[in-house]
Design a protein around this ligand. Structure first.
Ligand code: PXG
Length: 454
């Protein structure tokens, strides 16, 4: 077994302990494993707005875990629902069998979803939701007598998880290049909508850039609408560093897809359940897609779960052929898992009782003012925000792309605030229970880090 690294980069503001588990065997996801293991950050507890690390230091959570814990941490309602459900029935299959709680959850979810999206397919993650939606699009067109519609259109800088479908329609080159020999055939990408030159420091949606949706018309001309199955975009890109849709852009995508019979999929794995000031980004920005992919905050991140919301017409078209035959050859052992579903029902009750989606909308202005106060600090080249999410972008430093962003993230963590770095962008997406004092604390911590890192 390897020697245990003992807080090699701890500083005076963070206590260090001498006991760590062996870090040798867990190959960590999306992590610089060797760097992390040389200087680990290990969390042990979570309550409300705070994590506590294994040395007992409190860390203010400005990321809702990884965009998951919108109701804050340690919610008793959720842990009790999970505990009760696991005692009553730990697991039950959803293939040719069923259990009431999954049906109840599907119904509750459709009370929140945009009009017409009344069918729910359960998965266990955002990646699975994306692959499910892509497969559903192919099934629908085939059932609709248009089997030639097989092409997908994603967008540059889009993130749609890590399945082969998701990385094919996704547009982050680091996630694609090692696998490029085996990506899906027949995929194009729209241009991304990040526009620092014209729109830096815009509060909310930029008035510039809706015309980027027109590229879809060119792709239709190039391939023929009869060959295109679906367009998939995040209404707001999270992973790529909080990239917002320009005003009118999503509406234009909807108009063009509708005109040509192309399905429009919104990937709301990050934006659903209150992040942008409404239950769904679709509602916030007034554009209704044909499918919505979700995960994460569906049950506050408590148990892996995802869901695809589907327009009735897609579902109904697929319900054909002899009734004893399976209509959609797709599903997961854990689709609609009873314990995950119990956590989701408890979570939805918290969202409703505490009006957290409304809170996200109401706090938007305060959060916006707070994050935009960072304008003018060294190397800050853009600040973007909506609801309770913000991205702060830095120019890269001489050591290379991403180094400054990582430095700011690391400084914040060592001084008690968890933010998320993607390249030279810091994302903040606190639990929706955050209060104004905590917003100030996060922004002060970030300001200190930006000044210190330089
Ligand atoms: N779609 C979107 C829009 C996402 O943001 C996924 C799909 C995949 O979900 P799963 O559950 O398979 O991981 C995501 C995931 C970050 C970050 O740093 C974002 C995600 C995951 C990890 C890190 O912003 N989003």
């Amino acid at each position: 077994m390897a020697d245990l690294p003992l807080n090699s980069s701890s500083d005076a503001s963070h206590q260090s302990s001498t006991e760590h588990p062996s870090l040798e065997h867990f190959w960590m996801p999306f992590t610089a494993n060797r760097q992390f293991k040389a200087s680990p950050r290990l969390l042990a507890k979570a309550e409300g707005m705070y994590y506590t690390d294994i040395d007992g230091n409190k860390v203010l959570d400005a990321t809702a875990g990884l965009w998951c814990c919108n109701a804050g941490h340690g919610r008793r309602e959720i842990s009790e629902a999970v505990s009760n459900q696991i005692k009553q029935m730990d697991y039950a299959p959803s293939f040719q069998m069923g259990h009431p709680i999954a049906f109840e959850l599907a119904e509750r979810l459709t009370e929140l979803s945009p009009e017409g999206l009344n069918k729910v397919f359960f998965t266990n993650s955002g990646s699975e939701s994306v692959d499910t939606a892509l497969k559903m699009a192919l099934c629908y067109h085939r059932a609709n007598g248009q089997a030639s519609r097989t092409r997908f259109i994603g967008r540059e800088m889009g993130y749609h998880g890590v399945g082969f479908g998701g990385i094919s329609v996704g547009g982050l080159s680091n996630n694609r290049k090692a696998f490029s020999g085996q990506l899906l055939q027949g995929v194009d990408h729209l241009p991304h909508t990040l526009d620092i030159q014209n729109a830096a420091f815009t509060r909310g949606l930029s008035p510039f850039g809706a015309e980027k949706a027109e590229v879809l018309e060119q792709l239709v001309t190039l391939h023929g609408a009869e060959n295109i199955a679906a367009v998939i975009v995040e209404p707001m890109s999270g992973s790529a560093g909080v990239i917002l849709p320009p005003q009118g852009y999503l509406k234009r995508l909807r108009e063009i897809t509708q005109k040509y019979g192309i399905l429009l999929i919104f990937d709301e794995v990050i934006t659903a359940f209150g992040r942008v000031g409404a239950a769904f980004a679709s509602q916030r920005w007034g554009v209704i897609p044909d499918m919505i992919t979700t995960a994460k905050a569906i049950n506050n991140g408590a148990i892996p779960m995802g869901a695809v919301f589907v327009q009735d017409f897609i579902h109904d078209t697929c319900m054909q052929g002899p009734t004893e035959l399976i209509e959609f050859f797709h599903g997961y052992t854990y689709s609609g898992h009873p314990v995950a579903a119990a956590a989701a029902l408890a979570t939805l009750s918290i969202y409703e009782n505490e009006q957290l989606f409304e809170r996200s909308f109401e706090l938007e202005r305060y959060f916006e003012d707070a994050v935009h106060s960072l304008k003018g600090l060294p190397n800050v080249i853009d600040i973007r925000n909506t609801g309770l999410v913000a991205g702060i972008q830095f120019s890269p430093n001489a050591q290379g792309a991403g180094k400054r962003g990582y430095g700011v993230f690391e400084h914040c963590f060592r001084h008690g605030t968890l933010v998320r770095a993607t390249g030279d962008i810091i994302a903040m997406s606190p639990p929706l229970i955050v209060d104004k004092r905590e917003i100030d604390q996060m922004v002060n911590s970030l300001s200190d880090a930006i000044n210190a890192v330089g």
